[in-house]
Design a protein around this ligand. Structure first.
Ligand code: SF4
Length: 316
């Protein structure tokens, strides 16, 4: 039902806007997005844009060529303002999750010594670092996902094994946010069509209008997420019905997501590394050069968690 409604909505919207821009990632959601746009647009124009983070699968680049040939479209490829390799060198490597990386980065910026002491004591020692210290001291309230305790034994691990490399999530800003803004300047869209799905957008999903359409008047363009309510089953059905082929990253490598290859976020990074080593050996060397410290630190943390050591008592 949802795919049918989506096609009607999209057709109506494409007739209301003059400069619709469709974000293409080369992933499975964006494959469906292109099919929907090409089916709905008639003689209306749609501008397709791909943001190259600088650490993409070769399978993704190949697939963009295939999509262009298959649909007879042009996918404009925009290089990241700060590609991921440069961003990691400049700011630090991502570790575990965006939230964890941001808090560690703030603490590192204040010369934090990874010590276990009450919040007030640490606030006196490290003023102007309140937010990250609240994370470190579990001050966001019992059971909050903003606390470091949301990651089992992470605090204990970091006290015993302070990070010896810079950690940061800022590569996302330079590779994605800033590039998105640059794309807006190039094309000046009045409607942005993205492949975001509620099933995968976490907390942000609650902030989005209930039809997947956001009329954001502060911005220059409104946003439509045609796949927002699609389930995995509806995706699979649409793919089968329209005989859509995903990139080799899915069809051959067996991945379930693409985007930045080897990103250290997420629990399955080891599986992804195995796949990269097998199918894209040159990329394997690159991701290890970019994220190697983070992988090593994560492996040590995983091992530590597995050992389940007893947390230390606080000392002032
Ligand atoms: S997805 Fe991962 S590697 Fe890519 S920009 Fe964001 S943090 Fe960096």
């Amino acid at each position: 039902m949802e795919p049918l409604l989506t096609a009607y909505r999209l057709k109506a919207l494409l007739h209301q806007y003059n400069h619709p821009l469709c974000s293409v990632s080369g992933g499975s959601d964006s494959d469906l997005l292109i099919h929907l746009c090409e089916s709905a647009r008639g003689d209306r124009p749609v501008f397709y844009m791909f943001f190259d983070t600088g650490i993409e699968y070769q399978a993704t680049h190949n697939h963009l060529d295939e999509l262009e040939a298959w649909y007879g479209i042009k996918i404009h490829r925009l290089r990241a303002e700060t590609p991921v390799p440069a961003g990691c060198k400049k700011y630090g490597q991502p570790f575990l999750s965006k939230r964890v990386s941001e808090n560690i980065e703030r603490l590192q910026a204040h010369g934090f010594r990874w010590e276990n002491a009450p919040f007030d004591v640490l606030m006196a020692r490290y003023p102007n670092c309140k937010k990250a210290l609240r994370w470190w001291c579990n001050e966001w309230g019992e059971g909050s996902s903003f606390n470091i305790s949301a990651n089992k034994l992470l605090k204990e691990f970091m006290i015993e094994n302070p990070p010896r490399f810079a950690i940061s999530a800022k590569c996302c800003d330079g590779a994605k946010k800033a590039t998105g803004k640059a794309g807006d300047k190039v094309f000046c869209p009045d409607l942005k069509i993205t492949g975001e799905r509620r099933a995968e957008s976490g907390a942000r999903a609650t902030a989005i209008h209930d039809c997947g359409y956001e009329d954001v008047r502060r911005r220059t363009a409104n946003i439509y997420r045609p796949l927002f309510f699609w389930t995995d089953e509806e995706k699979a059905l649409y793919k089968r019905r329209h005989r859509i082929g995903y990139s080799d990253a899915y069809e051959v490598y067996g991945l379930t997501r693409t985007g930045c290859a080897g990103c250290p976020f997420g629990s399955k990074f080891e599986n992804e590394l195995d796949v990269i080593r097998q199918y894209e050996p040159r990329l394997y060397g690159a991701v290890n050069a970019i994220f190697g410290d983070s992988y090593q630190y994560r492996r040590r943390y995983n091992e530590y968690k597995g050992l389940g050591r007893t947390p230390r008592k606080e000392s002032s």
